[in-house]
Design a binder for this molecule. Sequence first.
Ligand code: THU
Length: 133
Amino acid sequence: MTDTELYRIAKDMTLMSYAPFSKFRVGAALECKDGTIFTGCNVENSSFGATICAERTAFVKAISEGHRDFAKIMITSSGGEAWPCGICRQFMKEFCDDDFIIMTAADEDHIRSYKLPELLPEGFRLNEDLEQF
Ligand code: THU
């Protein structure tokens, strides 16, 4: 899938966002290495700490459906570009290799992209040398 197509899917997902507190609607489109796409939006909660970001929504949907090999993610929001928060970067580190691409865009003509280690240098992973459970 092209990055523009991925952007449009992420943008559509901002409409599914539940963000009554921040009013900041975030959408994500996660592409697996086999081409499968999983979407996500942020889901807020009255107990603010229980809020789930759009990126983690997409990852949890994918992992719970048996997908573990991820190629790239596109993130966008009602406010333009949205880079993943620290928790989401760490969440990605658990499942993604150093070639995983993180993209964001305010519109489809201004897509910016980084590899995961650029956004999370020296990221922590406990099970690096262990067998996957
Ligand atoms: N949020 C995301 O969903 N992803 C990001 O990359 C940054 C922040 C959400 C969490 C919260 O619902 C709202 O944006 C404001 O922080």
